[in-house]
Design a protein around this ligand. Structure first.
Ligand code: ADP
Length: 493
């Protein structure tokens, strides 16, 4: 281990936050067969930890713990659950730097971004600690004079939460906070690539007085864990963030026991810049929206659509800005671009760039691996891209910006919507009528108008079309963990 890693790990150990076992019923547990898997630092390939590699049996036991815990957690008052969530929030913020360092270590993003992730992810815990107290029922007009009709909202039960590696912390809190606020209990399955952050967050949940069994963590064999969650009739809800392919499998698997399902899947965000846009603002926002997390987010600008009148001018200014992005280990000062998560991610980026250039697109900047080695890739700009090319149809998940030229507003809308995805879209124009027209025409769940990447605990997050089902964050996110019970009281005359 490098000195840097040793220091981070030592600091985490001293706070009890360096956990490598699964969490079942409040106990840290090895895989039953003793199997482990290694977690790597993507910036230099070193092994950070060996963690328990769990499967079906451990998952079944976690479900049983969550099921038992549900009977008391769901019966606490909303205020009691809120107090515990609030304590969890306070502890997460207190440890934001250590958690941030852990994210950088196992995921690679620049430390500043990692700490931002902790603050915004913890914000969900704070938000849902407050919302816990606002799960209101309804009294409805009665159809007959001797009846009374009302609606109760009740927690769905045990939730299976499957999360990805790109936001190892925030994807956990976004799911767990609303679930716990409603009275649900959870089995989390974090990505095998970044389980350490999830385990540290779970340790802080225990420290905050969230009772054993309310929050469980199993990791290891994804299909085995996933199937155990899907097959169990006790799991009443699956919430997932990840690839569209896996999301579809989970949706099919959930059908057998007719579980509630929320899916936050891949995106193919268009970032549309019209001739009449404020170019400075568009430049700043497109840079942030493309290169945030080294391009590894589902709401990253996947395609820049630039109108012909400003096409050359924009590319020129954009290249100058991209050239100044510092690439390196996320722990180094001033680094804006970390490594990609693994070799497979780099190979995917390479093949998309290769496909585009073989079909006539031009590399303006970058276009190859960075000389830092490992999984570093140069911040890249590719012009003359056509929407038919693979790079404009698939999620790139890397620091590559394909630029497409368009002539008219109609053409921009047509290109923007010509995809199976519908998560985030962005448009820049100073024409107010156009901003409304285009915003309404975009088939996307999240639209930034003269605004780049944005997300907040109070804003609903989710997609149209194959980008998913349901919404996370906000008051709408709470509904995903609630059942509606309609009660009719008769003989009231
Ligand atoms: P990504 O490409 O972002 O890694 P994945 O969809 O492969 O997206 O992974 C997201 C999460 O889904 C991870 O926690 C991963 O382990 C999990 N996963 C992958 N395959 C399955 C599966 N068959 N069943 C359940 N979970 C799975």
């Amino acid at each position: 281990m490098s000195m840097e890693t040793e220091n981070v790990v030592a600091r985490l150990k001293s706070s009890g936050l360096f956990r490598t076992k699964g969490l079942i019923g409040g106990k840290w547990i090895d895989a039953y067969d003793g199997k482990t898997i290694e977690v790597y630092n993507p910036a230099n390939g070193e092994v950070i930890a060996s963690v328990a590699c769990m499967g079906e049996r451990e998952t079944k036991d976690s479900i049983a713990s969550a099921y038992t815990a549900f009977s008391h957690w769901s019966k606490l008052t909303a205020a009691e659950r809120s107090t515990r969530l609030r304590k969890w929030y306070n502890l997460l913020i207190e440890h934001k730097e250590e958690l941030g360092q852990l994210i950088t270590l196992e995921q690679g993003k620049p430390l500043k971004e990692a700490i931002m992730e902790v603050v915004s992810g913890a914000g969900h815990v704070e938000f849902f600690a407050e919302e816990a107290k606002r799960v209101y029922g309804d009294i409805l007009p009665s159809p007959q004079p001797d009846r009374r009709l009302f609606v109760l909202k009740q927690p769905v039960g045990v939730v299976g939460a499957i999360t990805p590696w790109n936001f190892p912390f925030a994807m956990i809190t976004r799911k767990v906070a609303p679930a716990l606020a409603c009275g649900c209990t959870v089995v989390i399955k974090p990505s095998e690539l970044t389980p350490l952050t999830a385990l540290a967050a779970a340790e802080l949940a225990l420290q905050s007085g969230i009772p054993p069994g309310v929050l469980n963590v199993v990791m290891g064999d994804a299909p085995k864990i996933g199937n155990a969650l899907l097959e169990s009739p006790q799991v009443r809800k699956i919430t997932f963030t990840g690839s569209t392919a896996v999301g579809k499998k989970l949706m099919v698997g959930a059908a057998e026991t007719v579980k509630k399902v929320s899916l936050e899947l891949g995106g193919n965000a268009p970032f549309v810049i019209f001739d009449d846009a404020d170019l400075e603002a568009a430049l700043k926002a497109s840079l942030a929206t493309k290169f945030f997390n080294t391009g590894q987010t589902c709401i990253c600008a996947n395609r820049l659509l630039v109108q012909e009148g400003i096409y050359d001018k924009f590319i020129n200014a954009f290249s100058n800005a991209v050239k100044s992005l510092k690439v390196g280990n996320g722990f180094s000062e001033g680094v804006a671009q970390g490594p990609l998560i693994n070799e497979a991610a780099v190979q995917k980026v390479e093949s998309l760039v290769q496909d585009a250039t073989s079909k006539g697109a031009k590399v303006i900047l970058g276009g190859k691996r960075h000389n830092l080695g490992f999984t570093f890739y140069e911040p890249t700009i590719i012009s003359d891209v056509k929407n038919e090319m693979l790079i404009a149809r698939q999620e790139i998940f890397g620091p590559v910006t394909p630029i497409i030229r368009f002539k008219t507003e109609e053409e921009a809308i047509q290109i923007a919507n010509d995809t199976e995805s519908g998560l985030a879209a962005y448009l820049f124009t100073n024409n107010i009528q156009r901003s409304w027209r285009v915003c309404e025409a975009l088939e996307y769940g999240i639209v930034g108008v003269n605004e780049g990447v944005f997300a907040s605990p109070g804003a609903p997050f989710g997609g149209f079309k194959q980008s998913g089902l349901g919404r996370e964050s906000s008051k709408y996110g709470l509904d995903e963990y609630l059942e509606i019970k309609c009660v009719c009281m008769g003989n009231m005359g």
